[in-house]
Design a protein around this ligand. Structure first.
Ligand code: FE
Length: 212
């Protein structure tokens, strides 16, 4: 058996936060996944030794902020490698609280989920938490940072996009006239075009354009 095959599974990167009885912490995980649609539930697996895991076990709730590809690698190293037992990892960072009272650090993040734990499975070294989504918010349309991307950025095999490059990616989103199928290809981002812009082919106004 070649166990490295398991590294081919794609994961996201998320800041996971929880608070209980005056104690709170944030860590970085790659194991959040949606498990059901109705009601919408997610799962997350965390090492039992992890301080955030200990807090979630008691609070039965957590926030999960989905990292975008431009997220600061130093922030990931800070929340992902230091232990909240030895220090206050949140100090000095712009932390807010979600509707469940969980700490959220959303710099460089593209979405935030808030969930309440409904089931806990003891996996020996880890706990698997199944949690129902109670709140969710989109912050940005940038691409999520996958674990594979993170590894490539860290090792230098791939370059993390700069803010400018990401803006180009967003501007490259295709807008198409729904009447004549003309594809807008101007230099100005479609959203910034004046309201009196019309399709150069069929003359319909901006409202006829759809994002593809
Ligand atoms: Fe048209």
């Amino acid at each position: 058996m070649d166990t490295t095959a398991i590294f081919k599974i794609s994961y996201g990167r998320l800041f996971l936060g929880s608070a209980y009885n005056g104690r709170e912490n944030l860590c970085v995980v790659n194991t959040v996944a949606q498990v059901t649609q109705e009601p919408m539930k997610v799962s997350v697996t965390i090492l039992k030794d992890n301080y955030t895991c200990e807090i979630i076990k008691k609070s039965r709730k957590f926030s999960a902020a989905v990292l975008g590809e431009k997220a600061n690698l130093e922030d990931i190293a800070h929340f992902g490698t230091l232990s909240g037992r030895a220090m206050d990892k949140l100090e000095g960072y712009k932390i807010r609280r979600d509707t469940l009272g969980n700490p959220v650090y959303s710099e460089g993040c593209i979405a935030v989920l808030s969930a309440e734990v409904c089931d806990v499975v003891d996996l020996g070294t880890h706990y698997l938490f199944i949690a129902e989504l109670k709140d969710a918010e989109n912050l940005d349309n940038a691409r999520p940072m996958t674990y594979a991307m993170y590894r490539d950025f860290k090792s230098g095999t791939a370059k993390q996009p700069t803010a400018g490059q990401a803006a180009q990616t967003e501007a490259a989103t295709v807008w198409q006239c729904s009447v004549c199928h003309y594809v807008y290809d101007g230099d100005i981002p479609f959203e910034d075009l004046p309201d009196d812009y019309v399709c150069p082919v069929c003359g319909k106004d901006k409202s006829y354009f759809v994002r593809m």
